[in-house]
Design a protein around this ligand. Structure first.
Ligand SMILES: [Zn+2]
Length: 155
């Protein structure tokens, strides 16, 4: 339950359907907390996989795939050549106490040079052999599921 009061009329009669819809009994306000799209890219580099170490919460210090949420107006085809669709994984991303339902779209690419330019949300990158990847150190269950499925398919 994100809203305790109606943002329109400040009534306390806000109803949450438990899934995605908020409504106000007093003024008829409706709000849909729709699924947010996030993209994660499995980058294969010389039989290793590239991970970023998160520099911010949630899950600061844990491994993640390069990527992020789509902003309004953006499409999934971000600026990387030869992207392959791998799969999509529903997840819940909790930020500042608010759970966001996401659908993590996982793409795959093979790179011959390591990227050097990352946002401030990235502490460092790690390039790991499959046997060096500890799924418990991956920030999100959805990303861990995608990485383990990828490794299973590949081996
Ligand atoms: Zn209202």
């Amino acid at each position: 339950m994100i809203f305790q009061y109606c943002p329109r009329c400040k009534s306390e009669k806000v109803f949450y359907d438990g899934l995605k819809e908020y409504s106000c009994d007093d003024c008829g306000w409706l709000f849909f907390q729709n699924v947010a799209t996030a993209v994660g890219v499995i980058m294969e580099y010389k039989d290793k996989l590239l991970f970023v170490v998160r520099n911010k919460d949630p899950q600061k210090g844990k491994l993640d795939l390069p990527g992020g949420f789509l902003d309004p107006g953006e499409s999934i085809e971000i600026a990387i050549d030869k992207l392959e669709y791998f799969g999509s994984y529903p997840s819940i991303y909790e930020y500042e106490g608010i759970p966001y339902n996401t659908c993590d779209v996982i793409l795959v690419t093979r790179i011959s040079n390591l990227p050097t330019d990352f946002s401030e949300e990235v502490k460092e990158i790690k390039v790991l052999k499959p046997e060096e990847i500890n799924l418990n150190k991956i920030a999100f269950e959805s990303v861990g599921s995608a990485v383990s499925a990828y490794l299973r398919n590949k081996l």
